[in-house]
Design a protein around this ligand. Structure first.
Ligand code: HEC
Ligand code: HEC
Ligand code: HEC
Ligand code: HEC
Ligand code: HEC
Ligand code: HEC
Ligand code: HEC
Ligand code: HEC
Length: 435
């Protein structure tokens, strides 16, 4: 009798382990995150001992967290703002070709802004009686290798500043998102996005490590995303909630001024309105036309709504995956598997994509993160969507989006939108609501 129990026990255990490895949904390890009780967006989550702390800068953190520091230092975040006087090599533009009507030259510029897709230049200026920075009237487009006009007042609060780039202070238009410390304290503590932008001010922690700093991954998914959304989401000055633009003339800010990680973002951030119609920032289905719309798109996506977060996909320190460091389908298959509850519902890659397994047409991001936005009006379409839901050729036309933003068309410019739609329908890959 005992033996039978032992044998059946053993067989059951073996079977259990087999099931665990083959049948259990890959999403299971994330269930604790998905089912975490939601904390109101109005609750400040910063540890009590952090609330009276100030910013100290990334170099101070390096002493005890050299591994995190190294990972971060190779990412783009610390490179957003770079000091030209310290290292002239940070300039990626060809200044010998700077057009004659430029209102700046290289020796006047102090900081570079960006450099991956485009580079802009910060020049010291007195604006409204304060020492501030203005932006040069030309920007370097890395993707086209050309100088092009830059009229920041055209994009940033046209009704809130004189139409003159000499009168548009970066302190109001940009610095909160590009320097660490500026958003909360109006101090340029670190150039670029450093530790305390996501962990909050660290002076008390540095004195005594038992004084905690904010760790976003301990919060529920909605609050977890806020550290990224403070910057990666288009917004409006909070005061526009109950004032009109003329009330904040010359002072409008394009970032959630006063916020620091762990605090309640909704108190400081008014997301750029998406009204179900095409605007200068979004298409009529909510997809971004420009860069820096990841958050606006993501909060409406199925994954965003179901508790998947930016850091489930992106390492917060290395930032991978990026276009250059993309692990292919491996990232998506961390949670998805064929024939699973969360999809894809077909039994294999080829059955889902209707392309050969080793074809580019079988890469998840190519169909689910199509390139829908541009970095500037003259840039190629390269900004990948974070809406994730598949957009059919029929929908692309319905929402008045350029054909090139459609995933199928982007690879099949020799086919008509109708024939691509037909293929999809023939494959049975269109839900009823998209027919
Ligand atoms: C003097 C050494 C020291 C310095 C400087 C320091 N830390 Fe820490 N940090 C620690 C130690 C030790 C721990 C682990 C504490 C624990 O687990 O209770 C820690 C933990 C952390 C954690 C994890 C918190 C958690 O709840 O698990 C974060 C995030 C962090 N530090 C960020 C920073 C940042 C940002 C800075 C710079 C502003 C910084 N640290 C500077 C020693 C330091
Ligand atoms: C873009 C936002 C961001 C920046 C910048 C950033 N961190 Fe983090 N960091 C996070 C998030 C989010 C986590 C939680 C990751 C997780 O638990 O998976 C984290 C985790 C940590 C941890 C705890 C790791 C653990 O395993 O418990 C430490 C320590 C830390 N960061 C230190 C730093 C230091 C030092 C810097 C600057 C050199 C830095 N971070 C820059 C967002 C950031
Ligand atoms: C304080 C503002 C700020 C915060 C907070 C922030 N980012 Fe960024 N992020 C930026 C800026 C600015 C860039 C562009 C950097 C550049 O190209 O030089 C960027 C770039 C990136 C990139 C592209 C990297 C590359 O190599 O092209 C990724 C991915 C990214 N951020 C993810 C995140 C995630 C995830 C979080 C939250 C954990 C986060 N960011 C928080 C401002 C921010
Ligand atoms: C609300 C935060 C925020 C504000 C305000 C903001 N940016 Fe950015 N910016 C970002 C983020 C996040 C990215 C990276 C993500 C992306 O490009 O999709 C970025 C990217 C950029 C890049 C491209 C970086 C590269 O390496 O190619 C440039 C250049 C840039 N911003 C310039 C500006 C200028 C100039 C201003 C002010 C007139 C400004 N930004 C205002 C958040 C902001
Ligand atoms: C389901 C996974 C997933 C989630 C969730 C996700 N991303 Fe991404 N993201 C990616 C992938 C994959 C890429 C790179 C695509 C490619 O190959 O170009 C990317 C690219 C980016 C880039 C541009 C990087 C570059 O190379 O220029 C930024 C910025 C970014 N993500 C920010 C965010 C932010 C902020 C969030 C949260 C609101 C977020 N992502 C959520 C998968 C994800
Ligand atoms: C951390 C886990 C996780 C990762 C990683 C992940 N997903 Fe998801 N995904 C989910 C969950 C959970 C859902 C919601 C499924 C549901 O409720 O039906 C989902 C839903 C989706 C949907 C359906 C959305 C819709 O609007 O119909 C698509 C498409 C999708 N994911 C694509 C991707 C792609 C592409 C990647 C890789 C870039 C990826 N996912 C990575 C967990 C994940
Ligand atoms: C050739 C384009 C293409 C590729 C590549 C692709 N998908 Fe899809 N995916 C679709 C279409 C089309 C739909 C159905 C949309 C609808 O029903 O409206 C879909 C639907 C989904 C869904 C929703 C559930 C379902 O089965 O309807 C998930 C989840 C998903 N895909 C994940 C992925 C993942 C993960 C990868 C990479 C392994 C991937 N997809 C690669 C085109 C693609
Ligand atoms: C990233 C590029 C890429 C994307 C996205 C893509 N395809 Fe393809 N497609 C290919 C390649 C490459 C082939 C060649 C055969 C293969 O690899 O299976 C192909 C083959 C085909 C074929 C059969 C051969 C032919 O030329 O008649 C059809 C039909 C097709 N694709 C339709 C679509 C549809 C519909 C979509 C959108 C759901 C789509 N493709 C998305 C790259 C892509």
């Amino acid at each position: 009798m005992k033996k039978i129990f032992l044998y059946t026990g053993g067989i059951l255990l073996f079977f259990g382990i087999y099931l665990l490895y083959t049948k259990v949904e890959k999403i299971v390890p994330f269930y604790t995150q998905l089912t975490k009780p939601h904390i109101g967006t109005e609750v400040n989550l910063q540890p009590a001992e952090q609330k009276d702390a100030h910013f100290v800068g990334a170099k101070t953190c390096k002493k005890c967290h050299s591994e995190k520091f190294d990972a971060w230092s190779h990412s783009r975040h610390p490179k957003m703002i770079q000091d030209i006087k310290k290292d002239p090599k940070v300039v990626v533009a060809d200044f010998s070709k700077l057009p004659a009507d430029a209102d700046f030259n290289l020796s006047e510029a102090v900081y570079t802004v960006g450099g991956k897709f485009k580079q802009r230049y910060m020049i010291p200026a007195k604006i409204n009686g304060h020492d501030d920075f203005r932006l040069g009237n030309y920007q370097w487009n890395v993707q086209t290798g050309k100088w092009q006009h830059f009229k920041p007042w055209k994009y940033w609060y046209k009704d809130a500043y004189p139409h003159d780039n000499h009168q548009l202070p970066t302190s109001r238009a940009c610095d909160g998102c590009h320097f660490t410390g500026y958003m909360k304290e109006e101090k340029r503590v670190d150039n670029g996005i450093s530790c305390e932008a996501c962990h909050g001010p660290g002076s008390n922690h540095v004195k005594e490590p038992e004084n905690e700093v904010y760790l976003a991954s301990l919060a529920d998914p909605v609050r977890q995303n806020e550290v990224c959304l403070q910057c990666h989401m288009r917004n409006r000055d909070m005061r526009l909630k109950d004032h009109n633009m003329s009330a904040i003339y010359g002072d409008a800010r394009d970032y959630p001024f006063g916020y620091s990680a762990g605090d309640t973002l909704s108190k400081y951030k008014l997301p750029a309105p998406f009204v179900g119609k095409e605007t200068k920032e979004f298409y009529a289905n909510g997809m971004g036309k420009k860069n820096r719309t990841q958050g606006n798109e993501y909060v409406h996506s199925m994954m965003g709504k179901h508790g998947i977060t930016c850091i489930n996909c992106h390492n917060p320190h290395t930032l991978a995956p990026t276009a250059e460091h993309n692990s292919g389908n491996k990232l998506c298959m961390k949670c998805h598997s064929f024939g699973s509850l969360i999809g894809p519902h077909q039994s294999s890659l080829e059955a889902h994509t209707h392309h050969k397994a080793n074809s580019k047409g079988s890469l998840c991001v190519e169909c689910h993160m199509p390139k829908v936005g541009r970095h500037t009006g003259k840039s190629p379409l390269t900004v990948r969507s974070h809406a994730f839901g598949f957009v059919t050729p029929k929908e692309t036309l319905k929402y008045n989006m350029p054909k090139e933003t459609n995933a199928c068309y982007a690879c099949h410019k020799d086919k008509s939108m109708q024939s691509l739609q037909n293929s999809l329908e023939k494959w049975g890959m269109v839900s009823w609501d998209k027919r």
